[in-house]
Write a protein that binds this ligand. Structure first.
Ligand code: URA
Length: 263
């Protein structure tokens, strides 16, 4: 919690407009696992318990309640991009969620990283527009140290290899990630050769939410982490390859489960 700001809490039974949840729905859950895709929420929840409890479906925000041991865990989709995750974070914070772990898919721009590999973000390049509504660009978008230590230790315990390092978060999948296989094929001068520049600057990957997540949570004094599965290897091809996706997601959920048990 950041004691320099107000930290508004909603009445326990008042449902928030976008996420359709109130504090009482959480049954004490303070940790949220956040995929982007609403269609992935049940799939991930069932990796934690056999019969997760469906909470709400509204716009891009689908939510279920599951358990890790005795702890209740919220699994909620955020939709794609900064504006969607930003609204979700505001409302989850107002009903009492304190720890946020994004579970995403991503494209790597590094030769040494392969399809199916897992990437833990230590920080994010703020190519989004939402985070500057919360803090100036000079403000760093960094993951929470405790969550990242727990995730990396859990991965070690389970002998699941991970990479950790910097992520670039873009508001667009196509021009902002310098993709030419779009409707127009047009990429503004501003983004031309940007993938090569970020690659040289040792950025591991592109996705669309981490910088907003890290900035807002740092401002709010809440904890955030991001772990992604690689589904595109941009040094080789622009196509998405989901052949390793199920295995990657099972490993991500095993790491999160272990990190919550350890924590
Ligand atoms: N998600 C992204 O934002 N970019 C990719 O390349 C793959 C997934």
């Amino acid at each position: 919690m950041n004691e320099n700001i107000a930290n508004k809490r909603m009445p326990d039974n008042e449902k928030l407009y976008h996420i359709g949840l109130c504090h009482n729905d959480l049954e004490g859950a303070e940790i949220a696992i956040l995929p982007g895709d609403p269609g992935r929420v049940l799939y991930l929840s069932e990796m934690l318990i056999a019969s997760p409890k469906k909470l709400a479906v509204n716009r891009e925000y689908t939510s279920y309640l599951a358990n890790i041991g005795e702890k209740k865990i919220l699994i909620m989709s955020t939709g794609m991009g900064g504006p969607s995750i930003g609204i979700g974070l505001e409302e989850m914070a107002m009903i009492g969620v304190k720890k946020f772990i994004r579970v995403g898919t991503t494209g790597t721009i590094q030769e040494k990283i392969q399809i199916g590999d897992l990437l833990v973000s230590t920080g994010a390049v703020r190519l989004d527009g939402t985070s500057i509504h919360y803090a100036p660009l000079e403000y760093p978008a960094v993951a929470d140290l405790e969550l990242n230590v727990n995730l990396t230790q859990a991965a070690k315990d389970l002998s699941i290899p991970i990479h950790y390092g910097l992520t670039a978060s873009s508001d667009t999948f196509y021009p902002g990630q310098e993709r030419y296989d779009s409707y127009s094929g047009f990429v503004r001068r501003h983004f031309k050769d940007s993938v090569e520049e970020w690659r040289k600057l040792n950025v591991m990957n592109f996705e669309m939410e981490a910088s907003t997540l890290f900035t807002i949570c740092a401002v709010f004094g809440l904890q955030a982490a991001c772990i992604c599965a690689v589904i595109a290897k941009r040094t080789k091809s622009e196509s998405v390859d989901k052949s390793k996706y199920d295995n990657s997601m099972r490993n991500i959920m095993a790491i999160i489960k272990r990190s919550v048990e350890n924590g």
